[in-house]
Design a binder for this molecule. Sequence first.
Ligand SMILES: Nc1nc(=O)c2c([nH]1)NC[C@@H]1CN(c3ccc(C(=O)N[C@@H](CCC(=O)O)C(=O)O)cc3)C=[N+]21
Length: 298
Amino acid sequence: MAAGVLDGKATAAAIKGELTERVAALAAQGQVPGLGTVLVGDDPASHSYVGGKHKDCAEVGITSIRRDLPAAITQEDLEAEIESLNADPACTGYIVQLPLPDHIDTNRILGKIDPAKDADGLHPTNLGKLVLNVSDPMDSPLPCTPHGIVELLLRHDIDLKGKNVLVIGRGVTVGRPIGLLLTRKAINATVTLAHTGTRNLDALLAAADVVVAAAGQPHMVKADQIREGAILLDVGVSRVEDPQTGKRKLTGDIEPEAAHRAAWMSPNPGGVGPMTRAMLLVNVVEAAERAAGVGPAA
Ligand SMILES: Nc1nc(=O)c2c([nH]1)NC[C@@H]1CN(c3ccc(C(=O)N[C@@H](CCC(=O)O)C(=O)O)cc3)C=[N+]21
């Protein structure tokens, strides 16, 4: 069996097409959405992600506001940047690229973001709404990667009702919040969260109808560990040196060979990554629509 491809690149392109119309409608009212990015330091991977986000913005007509800051910036100066984006009417949504340097208190920074401009959905108020189950795209933003995964499955007509989902990894951006979405009544999956303290990963994988691998451990999930016919979402991104070429290569958390046994698998790259970026744009457009007092196009 060869797995169906959960094509994040094509799905993200479709979503961007839809967003282009909503951005044009906002622009016609003089309310062009603007995405801000705050990038601290010169990590090449972070620079490449942020560059990708601005390229996406240009494609759909969202204005880019870019703040690239030195690694040595103080907590105080970084907080001042946050305040200035909160006050900037051209910036309708923004993100602070993670991770921040060790001397910065990340939670304090995320807490300073105006929740109405939180394009990542990682502000405590918005995460709180997700827990309270009042978070709705029309009300507050959802975290981009979990939302992207749900949208990717939805647009491939995959129903998770009653399915056993194993999430691997308890990070704040993916592993922790995704179960809150997947266990909503509208989706109704049963979710298990595995992490480094989990002892029986083999047994959990063998029982999983769906695996969301978000641990950031290259190829930790092996083809022979998954159930025949499972649905696999490969979230992790690591850069691993290829022993043959010496070049660093993007490597997911799931062995690509697992596709031979799976029913569906998201490629990596080209799967969850582009969906994460698309959902960031969705959050920016929805924040701008809320600010402008208009609903999304039906
Ligand atoms: N505040 C914040 N928000 C984030 O959303 C955030 C973050 N910090 N820090 C780092 C992670 C990582 N992340 C990715 C997004 C897209 C791709 C992506 O589009 N990848 C392409 C390949 C890109 C390439 O070739 O480098 C793909 O999967 O096809 C990857 C990784 C967002 N993150």
